[in-house]
Design a protein around this ligand. Structure first.
Ligand code: SF4
Ligand code: SF4
Length: 307
């Protein structure tokens, strides 16, 4: 069975990448599962989609924990633990990263135990959630790495999945996906299926005996207050709001009230300060600021200063 995970941000087309690859597998006679997994339905938030494909009925369910191929559409997510890119990645896993950097750089940076390949990233854009056709590129490259999907099956899958978006969008995505497919020609078939797990060889883990406790003690508290602070939604941001202190007239009740995440605190002098651990980058504050004292800076830009 092939197990493939696509990692990216909401808006980058990872669900579509999974759909295209799954449909291409299906057209080649495979049984297929494909499904996206959202932590939060918001543009910029980390998401992943996964595809299983096998010549036999697929009995496995749930998310893929040990991928044969992990495709990373946005390299800023690769080192972020909360994005889960490296979950279950081992020596068998082939990593494909859409990036401007070299494969060896990523292999060393992330201490990856398996092979790393690079999908050369297109020109940088201001808002990474809007990377053009990156989902199609990832699907096309993955299809070639698998080695059992033909160019024709990939093209038909893209027409099936994206045809409703109109000829212009379809043509752009086809061009990008087929280019990525061709780019991976030297690596066709690099992806191998993980040997099946044999139940007879299963060994129980080293259990830790935990003394029995009554449910009033051991049951999790699901109504605990103030836990949202632990959810660092700053990871979702692709554009960073930055306050221009020279223009800010300290009408703090405007930006701090409109911020849906209460991510703007106000100091004793009435100056607003953005909490970048929790600011999710919705830019409501930018739209509401009367003197336009807040600007948006690409998160990946080196000029991304703080406020
Ligand atoms: S709304 Fe704009 S001008 Fe007013 S305090 Fe906030 S950043 Fe400053
Ligand atoms: S972009 Fe502005 S309004 Fe949106 S979460 Fe960040 S600080 Fe709040």
């Amino acid at each position: 069975m092939y197990r493939i995970r696509f990692h990216g941000r909401g808006g980058q087309g990872m669900k579509t990448a999974g759909r295209i690859l799954g449909t291409a597998f299906f057209r080649e006679g495979y049984e297929v599962q494909d499904a996206p997994r959202y932590g939060a339905e918001r543009r910029g938030a980390p998401i992943f989609a996964f595809v299983r494909a096998d010549k036999n009925p697929i009995l496995e369910r749930g998310i893929i924990r040990r991928p044969d191929l992990a495709v990373v559409a946005d390299d800023t997510l690769a080192p972020v633990p909360a994005a889960g890119v490296l979950a279950g990645v081992d020596a068998h896993t082939l990593m494909l990263i859409n990036t401007h950097e070299a494969a060896e750089t990523w292999r060393q940076r992330l201490a990856l135990p398996g092979r790393v390949l690079v999908l050369p990233a297109s020109a940088e854009v201001e808002d990474r959630a809007a990377l053009p056709q990156v989902g199609a590129a990832c699907a096309g490259a993955a299809a070639r790495l698998v080695g059992v999907i033909g160019r024709d099956a990939l093209e038909r899958a893209i027409r099936q999945e994206l045809g409703h978006l109109g000829e212009a969008v379809l043509a752009d995505n086809l061009a990008v996906a087929l280019h990525a497919f061709d780019l991976m020609a030297d690596e066709a078939g690099s992806l191998t299926e993980r040997p099946p797990q044999i139940a007879d060889a299963w060994q129980p883990p080293d259990w830790i005996e935990i003394p029995f406790e009554g449910a009033d003690i051991s049951a999790p508290a699901i109504h605990g207050a103030l836990t949202s602070e632990l959810m660092q939604t700053g990871l979702w941001r692709t554009l960073r709001p930055v306050i221009d202190r020279d223009r800010c007239n300290r009408c703090w009740w405007v930006c701090s009230t409109f911020c849906p995440d209460s991510a703007i605190r106000v100091d004793g002098e009435g100056n607003p300060h953005i909490d970048y651990d929790h600011c999710k980058g919705c830019l409501v504050c930018l739209a509401q600021c009367p003197p336009h004292a807040i600007r948006a800076v690409p998160e990946h830009s080196e000029q991304g200063g703080g406020a």
